[in-house]
Design a binder for this molecule. Structure first.
Ligand SMILES: Nc1ncnc2c1ncn2[C@@H]1O[C@H](COP(=O)(O)OP(=O)(O)O)[C@@H](O)[C@H]1O
Ligand SMILES: [Mg+2]
Length: 267
């Protein structure tokens, strides 16, 4: 598929994605990494049906994607919760819109609240929750409508390093329990490897699939797997691949401006 933005101010077209060719197996956890501005968010929004593609087609379960649908659940970077609704109310929201049976919906929601580790916080409001807890609510909300595929756009980017690692582990537990197909976007290479069955590297804009790396690390995975030689090999390989793309763009990301000997700062 391909996607162009039309810039009304200048009348120009900007090719954000060019010939992205990607197949995701049912139940697979796939991450996309790539230089900033390469089109990761654009791609995810296109899968979600929020953006129309200009070339090619996208299929979900054999069905052409033409717009948003309840077969896709999106988790954004910033917690996009309704501030006047409780945890339970936020997760219920999508089900209410679908006109689901009330008591059935509530039961489902309470099950999800336990799954994401928020038992006891059902009646809390978003402002009373930490960033990590808000993202748990977002995850539960995306799962509530029982989508075919979960779409996650840097969901942990705003969290501190420790909470982030903890949330990665928690996400894997939830994924293991639901085995939803997951498409995860991140700029943190170690996060992508830790979570995924496969890591896709996008080229510099216009985004294309540069590489697809199968992550052959057995599950369940503990966080300590990040320190094993095999993990570090994947990390080195992906890092080099992304740096190559960044160089093509003629600029370096902030993390590596300070010198070539520095590894990705894990943040
Ligand atoms: N609404 C938009 N209109 C025009 N250009 C856009 C819009 N959104 C993103 N872009 C451009 O498309 C490219 C890809 O952006 P994006 O998908 O956000 O990249 P990433 O998520 O990989 O950082 C960038 O060059 C960005 O400036
Ligand atoms: Mg983005």
């Amino acid at each position: 598929m391909g996607l162009e933005y039309f810039i009304a101010r200048t009348g120009h077209r900007l090719v954000a994605l060019k010939d992205v060719n990607l197949q995701i197996r049912s139940g697979e956890f796939v991450s996309i990494v790539g230089p900033s501005g390469c089109g990761k968010t654009t791609f995810l929004n296109a899968v979600d049906g929020l953006l129309k593609i200009s070339k090619g087609q996208m299929l979900l379960d054999g069905q052409l994607i033409t717009g948003p649908g309840k077969d896709r659940g999106m988790v954004f970077q910033s917690a996009s919760l309704l501030p006047w609704r409780t945890v339970r109310g936020n997760i219920l929201y999508g089900l209410e819109l679908q006109g689901r049976n009330k008591s059935e919906a509530k039961e489902r929601v309470d099950g999800l609240i336990r799954l994401v580790g928020l038992a006891g916080f059902e009646n809390s409001f978003p402002s009373q929750l930490s960033g990590g807890m808000q993202q748990r609510v977002n995850l539960a909300r995306a799962l509530a409508v029982d989508p075919e595929i979960l779409l996650l756009d840097e969901p942990f980017a705003a969290l501190d390093a420790q909470t982030r690692e903890f949330m990665q582990e928690e996400l894997l537990k939830v994924w293991n329990a639901t085995r939803k197909t997951a498409l995860f976007i991140t700029h943190q290479i170690s996060e992508a490897i830790y979570l995924s069955d496969r890591v896709i590297v996008f080229s510099a804009r216009p985004g294309m699939v540069k590489e697809s790396i199968e992550i052959d690390i057995p599950r369940p995975r503990k966080l300590s797997v990040k320190r094993t030689p095999r993990f570090l090999e994947y990390e080195d390989h992906l890092w080099a691949s992304i740096v190559e793309e960044v160089r093509k763009q003629g600029m370096l990301p902030d993390e590596i401006k300070s010198g070539p000997s520095i590894r990705p700062s894990d943040g």
